[in-house]
Design a binder for this molecule. Structure first.
Ligand SMILES: *[C@@H]1O[C@H](CO)[C@@H](O)[C@H](O)[C@H]1NC(C)=O
Ligand SMILES: *[C@@H]1O[C@H](CO)[C@@H](O)[C@H](O)[C@H]1NC(C)=O
Ligand SMILES: *[C@@H]1O[C@H](CO)[C@@H](O)[C@H](O)[C@H]1NC(C)=O
Ligand SMILES: *[C@@H]1O[C@H](CO)[C@@H](O)[C@H](O)[C@H]1NC(C)=O
Ligand SMILES: *[C@@H]1O[C@H](CO)[C@@H](O)[C@H](O)[C@H]1NC(C)=O
Ligand SMILES: *[C@@H]1O[C@H](CO)[C@@H](O)[C@H](O)[C@H]1NC(C)=O
Ligand SMILES: *[C@@H]1O[C@H](CO)[C@@H](O)[C@H](O)[C@H]1NC(C)=O
Ligand SMILES: *[C@@H]1O[C@H](CO)[C@@H](O)[C@H](O)[C@H]1NC(C)=O
Length: 892
């Protein structure tokens, strides 16, 4: 039973998906991290795809030539997918080949559904007295206020002259707020479509073309966050003066391949982008994966790349996605917006002939005769009635079919009962006004004959009732062609690190994410008729950082990616921890959230632009217990023209456990513990003259009173206050425990199950598999029972091997491994490199990774996982685990 809750919590982590081999349970949603038979090859220097001839090697097509100054290589598709692993091994051994790696699958981090408040929750989680503020534009631009972008705009900076490339689903450049055109002189000046509209993932043929228009919406949303031009809603991009280029790697829906993402980054780089931003990724934690490597090389050549950290923060640490996790890449986390913005239909209300526009907070369904005006009818004039419409309406009630019926939100009954009671009198349209200040969401109640339900605010409803009581007539007409922006400026978790934002560190103990920007509840441009939409995710935080870099470039001149990371980090504001409960007000604490979640904190762009004290590096990682770096250092440089005296102090965050007491990967809200490291500085006060610099040594003593078996990450900030009023901070982190010793698999979670129910099989079970040669995609393993290798990875592993080992029966062609067992080969699709953490499962149709089929018989699966930081050449660095036995035969 306990297991189930773990699986359910991990299920929410699904970020990308779609392929044959692996399925993530329990949804059975197909999931894999590689494209069958497809490889990215990097050639040795001086080699290229033309010098690369594979006599007597398997047939392949070059899918994409990835050669550039960054990378000599190509992606290929082997014709014989069945024998791909073997062929790949032969290719890897060719002298021309430096490195080969399977093509990975990359998704848009799934947009996060912000908790859609229900009626009760709404009143509880919002302050009861929301007042419309006098400056609506300021509220529409709350993300700019949070990051000081508004102050930078006030100084006249807009990112003018800076070119930002967006690798995403394209841009709907026809949107009036995105320039309305494509080409020189437009906001979106150039780009390329690598895939075409109908591309949905790895089984589709990409249809490239010159027009990167967006039919998905995601890229358009990202583009608006960077550069939306003035519009009727008051939404403004953070760098409206930049020009954009669009490199489209997603079709209208679905995911994409890592080689396509590499090609897009390469082209963006070659076409002269000043900044490249990508709100995409795949579950990883490993900086050495090929896409991460390529993006790291672009960064090394001076072009900053901002990439979304991922949206898996609710379900565990150590899970920043690739390529965000790459060395030097700016991995961006998310914070909650201080205002909740939504768009709602506008309607008109006519009181005795005077028409005004009003916002309908919630709407479900469309009234027939759209645009037609109907009078408002009420049950009475009591605006304190807690049971308005809760019982059958009196016999003398008129036929309500020609009205909008206005009822007060009733605490005595639910909206469904109210709808049923008015429906009994023929009503087709219902307006609910709130019984308290604030927003009121309703569930859908459009059961026949009710066609439409909307809600309005309390003050508005009360005014209408009073007007009706005074004998005025009211007509309501909802039109759906206009949107109004509705803002709730008292969002109670505004400023907190988003609970969905993926949490680090990387498996190499790098600090990821580096810092963050508002990504929770972000209103921006959207495709089609719905011109604007609110979305949440690190996808929304990332473009704001890219735009901020454009502002810094314009104001301070070009800086290297490392200098930018230093500047944004040292000027960011670490945020205190907030515990967000579902149906109760959140709790704010007076201690900082972990560096593993928020990095350096929320970026402050005005401070970064005007900082005269430079701090380097952008963070300190003391590594794990085994590789503990006792003393690290940072350098302060005073670029001002006066002496500055700096006070150096320690502001610890609480430590955060990677695992629960029971040994499961921890999830939200995590367990924060008070013990923290002690830091000693070589100097706690330092005077630096103009143009001078000083290096301060930092010696850490890790905390004692923590349970090392649960891998607590300790972290915090070094605060540097200057006599000139400057105030900088430097994040640090360390791990109690040894990554080498980390048990990658949750104890007992690796077993052979039945693919129809995932239950472990009994030792005498025998599966009857589809005939040999049946393509995996033709077999629905939720309906046809086949053996499925199940495992819950608490940690990733650089390499995961799964050998098929005969049990009892004679095993022709088996070989003795160096680990002392006989194997007839690995499961098809293995080894799995840079295996991320999480739940993974691999259904098996009997095929081995050399393309042969295992003979009917009894087997077990023996797996080997390389330890984190382990050396693949040392047997002792591998963890060997075996499943119970099971039998297979084939139907014919
Ligand atoms: C309608 O408008 C007129 C003129 O502005 C105003 O005097 C009157 O009070 C308004 N009536 C209502 C019901 O708002
Ligand atoms: C931590 O130590 C491991 C093992 O030596 C090393 O590979 C890794 O780069 C180190 N991480 C950092 C951030 O120094
Ligand atoms: C709505 O909120 C109430 C109050 O906390 C909760 O008990 C209920 O489960 C929620 N309903 C839905 C549909 O989420
Ligand atoms: C400071 O740290 C860097 C990077 O780890 C190192 O190369 C350098 O030697 C250190 N400087 C001092 C003075 O310890
Ligand atoms: C968190 O840890 C503290 C002690 O470190 C313990 O008292 C508490 O019960 C833990 N909470 C959870 C949810 O594990
Ligand atoms: C440094 O400045 C910050 C912000 O002004 C302040 O909160 C903190 O107390 C200061 N620390 C010291 C040691 O002066
Ligand atoms: C398999 O073993 C279980 C008990 O372990 C037994 O109940 C079942 O009858 C056996 N099935 C076969 C086909 O032998
Ligand atoms: C053993 O290997 C040979 C040569 O590769 C192959 O022809 C034969 O089918 C294999 N036997 C089995 C039972 O797999």
């Amino acid at each position: 039973m306990v297991r189930v809750s773990l699986l359910a919590s991990l299920l929410a982590a699904v970020a990308v998906g779609s392929a044959t081999e692996h399925v993530r349970r329990p949804s059975g949603k197909p999931r894999s991290n590689i494209v069958p038979g497809a490889y990215i090859i990097e050639f040795e220097d001086g080699q290229n795809k033309d010098s690369f001839r594979l006599q007597s090697e398997p047939d392949y097509d070059v899918v994409l030539d990835l050669s550039s100054e960054l990378f000599q290589g190509a992606s290929i598709q082997l014709h014989d997918v069945k024998n791909a692993e073997e062929a790949a091994a032969r290719l890897a051994s060719l002298p021309a080949v430096k490195r080969i790696s399977p093509v990975g699958i990359i998704g848009l981090p799934e947009p996060v559904e912000e908790e859609e408040e229900n009626a009760t929750a709404t009143s509880a989680t919002r302050k009861s007295h929301r007042k419309r503020q006098s400056k609506p534009l300021e509220r529409a631009r709350s993300t700019h206020v949070m990051t000081q972008v508004d102050k930078v705009h006030a100084e006249g900076f807009t990112g003018a002259g800076i070119k930002i490339a967006i690798v995403d689903s394209g841009i709907e450049y026809t949107h009036p707020a995105l320039g309305g055109c494509f080409g020189e002189g437009c906001l979106v000046t150039h780009g390329w479509d690598f895939v075409g509209n109908s591309y949905g993932g790895i089984y589709d043929e990409p249809v490239p073309g010159p027009d990167p228009i967006d039919c998905n919406g995601h890229g358009t949303h990202v583009a608006g966050i960077i550069a939306a031009q003035e519009n009727e809603l008051g939404i403004l991009g953070a760098a409206p003066g930049v020009t954009l280029s669009a490199y489209r790697v997603f079709g209208c829906e679905g995911n994409t391949r890592s080689d396509i993402v590499m090609a897009a980054f390469t082209r963006a780089y070659e076409e002269g982008a000043d900044i490249i931003t990508a709100s995409l990724g795949s579950s990883s934690g490993w900086p050495s994966e090929m896409t991460s490597l390529l993006v790291s090389r672009i960064v090394e050549r001076g072009v900053p790349c901002t990439v979304a950290a991922g949206n898996t923060g609710g379900t565990g640490m150590w899970d920043v996605s690739s390529p965000a996790v790459g060395n030097g890449v700016t991995a961006v986390g998310s914070f909650q917006n201080t205002a909740v913005a939504r768009t709602f239909p506008l309607g008109s209300v006519t009181m005795d002939g005077n028409s005004t526009r009003t916002t309908f907070i919630f709407r479900d369904g469309y009234p027939s005769g759209q645009g037609a005006s109907y009078p408002v009818w009420v049950t009475g004039f009591d605006t304190d009635n807690t049971g308005d419409g809760c019982s059958a309406l009196p016999d003398d009630t008129p036929d309500l079919s020609g009205y909008w019926v206005l009822l007060r939100y009733a605490s005595d009954c639910d909206v469904q009962a109210q709808a049923d009671n008015i429906a009994a009198k023929g009503a087709e349209r219902l307006i609910i006004y709130n019984d308290r200040p604030g927003l009121r969401w309703l569930a859908a109640y459009t059961t026949s004959p009710i066609q439409a339900v909307v809600s309005i605010e309390e003050q508005e409803g009360v005014a209408w009732v009073q007007a009706l009581e005074a004998g005025l007539s009211i007509h309501v007409d909802i039109s759906y062609d206009a949107q109004s922006l509705y803002l709730d400026a008292d969002y109670e978790i505004g400023g907190a690190a988003s609970r969905f934002s993926s949490i680090g560190p990387s498996f190499e103990m790098d600090l990821v994410p580096r810092f963050g920007a508002p990504g929770g509840n972000i209103m921006s441009t959207w495709i089609g008729d719905e011109s604007f939409r609110s979305l949440s995710g690190t996808s929304m935080a990332t473009p704001l950082v890219a735009a901020s870099i454009a502002l810094i470039f314009e104001a301070r001149g070009r800086l290297s990616p490392a200098e930018l990371n230093d500047l944004l980090s040292s000027n960011a504001n670490p945020q205190v921890h907030v515990y967000e409960q579902r149906f109760a007000p959140p709790t704010w604490y007076d201690w900082f959230s972990s560096v593993a979640l928020q990095g350096a904190g929320l970026i402050q762009v005005h401070d970064a632009i005007h900082a005269s004290t430079l701090l380097s590096p952008s963070g300190l990682s003391f590594n794990d217990t085994t590789n503990f770096a006792g003393t690290l250092n940072f350098t302060l440089s005073n670029t001002d023209n006066a002496d500055v005296v700096y006070d150096i102090s320690h502001a610890p965050a609480r430590s955060i456990y990677s695992f629960t007491r029971e040994g499961w990967a921890a999830g939200y809200p995590y367990n924060y513990s008070e013990p923290h490291a002690e830091l000693a500085f070589s100097e706690s006060k330092v005077k630096i003259s103009p143009g001078g610099s000083a290096t301060i040594l930092v010696t850490a003593t890790p905390p004692h009173d923590l349970d090392e078996s649960r891998f607590p990450v300790w972290s915090g900030y070094i605060a540097i206050n200057g006599s000139d009023g400057s105030s900088l901070s430097l994040p640090y982190q360390g791990l109690l425990g040894s990554l080498y010793d980390a048990e990658q698999i949750l104890e007992g979670s690796l077993y052979i199950g039945d693919s129809t129910n995932y239950a472990p099989v009994s030792p005498n079970a025998t599966f009857t598999l589809p005939p040999r040669g049946t393509p995996p995609r033709d077999v629905n393993t939720r309906e046809t029972a086949v053996p499925i290798l199940m495992s819950v990875f608490n940690w990733g592993t650089p390499q995961f091997i799964a050998d098929v080992v005969p049990v009892g029966n004679c095993a022709p062609n088996s070989t003795l491994t160096s680990f002392g067992y006989r194997s007839i080969g690995q499961l098809n699709g293995f080894p799995s490199n840079w295996q991320p953490k999480g739940e993974w499962s691999w259904p098996w149709l009997g095929q081995l990774n050399n393309g042969e089929y295992a003979p009917p018989g009894r087997y077990k699966i023996v797996t080997r996982m390389l330890r984190i930081t382990g050396d693949p050449d040392k047997d002792e660095d591998w963890v060997v685990t075996e499943t119970g036995p099971f039998g297979i035969r084939y139907s014919s």
